[in-house]
Write a protein that binds this ligand. Structure first.
Ligand code: C5P
Length: 218
């Protein structure tokens, strides 16, 4: 049998990353933050002065990325860029280039390589629909846009970045609309996904919902 995968897809700031890390920790599994790969590509495009409208050049940057995930550190060509890639301008550029089919194709095998024993928790937009369609458990994590903007605002301020709630709300609506309506791998729940609305749930409660689904598959 294949190595198991739990996919956690959903819109920006729905808590996917936190939930994925906590579930992986509880199970002793590997974790994949696929959004980080899109963000790393965006950062590398910016740093290398590549034209962000050139789909082929952007895919080439992704193909050549030298990345390593080491605990909380995200190394790009040997430099820790974990906090740089969390900035809103990089998130917005990531969302723009994520619509390019050649880029998505360039990142496909890189993502599948994270499927290592004893199991993988993968978070993103298309983990359950495109990258790991055979995953035995697929979660679609929702939360209303206001709750998500407030979480992101708090998160950014904690990291010492400035943040404006109204700006964030607007950016988030725009990014979600783009992610949901793009032709290639849009943000959509897989037909066999369990939808979880975390607006009114704590992190612990959300983690437990996912772990309960997993143990019920027994
Ligand atoms: O999840 P995160 O906000 O870090 O992702 C940044 C952007 O990367 C998203 O807005 C989305 O457009 C893109 N993305 C994607 N497919 C994924 C993960 C992220 O298109 N699996």
């Amino acid at each position: 049998t294949r190595i198991p995968v739990i996919t956690i897809d959903g819109p920006t700031a729905s808590g996917k990353g936190t939930i994925a890390h906590r579930v992986a920790e509880a199970l002793g599994w590997v974790v994949l933050d696929s959004g980080a790969l899109y963000r790393l590509t965006a950062l590398a495009v910016q740093q290398q002065g590549v034209d962000p409208d050139d789909e082929i050049a952007v895919a080439q940057v992704a193909h050549d990325l030298d990345v390593a995930f080491q605990g909380d550190r995200v190394m790009l060509s040997g430099i820790d860029v974990a906090s740089l890639i969390r900035q809103e301008n990089i998130g917005n550029l990531a969302s723009k280039i994520a619509a390019y089919p050649p880029l998505r194709c360039a990142l496909l095998e890189r993502q599948r390589a994270f499927r290592l024993a004893p199991g993988l928790v993968a978070d993103g937009r298309d983990m359950g629909t495109v990258v790991f369609p055979d995953a035995p458990l697929k979660i679609f994590l929702e939360a209303d846009v206001r709750a998500r903007a407030e979480r992101r605002c708090k998160q950014l301020k904690e990291k010492g970045f400035s943040a404006n709630l109204m700006r964030l709300l607007e950016d988030m609506r725009e990014r979600d609309a783009r992610d949901r309506t793009r032709a290639n791998a849009p943000l959509v729940a897989a037909p066999d996904a369990k939808t979880v609305d975390s607006s009114a749930l704590s992190i612990d409660e959300t983690v437990n919902v996912v772990l309960d689904y997993w143990s019920s598959l027994g």
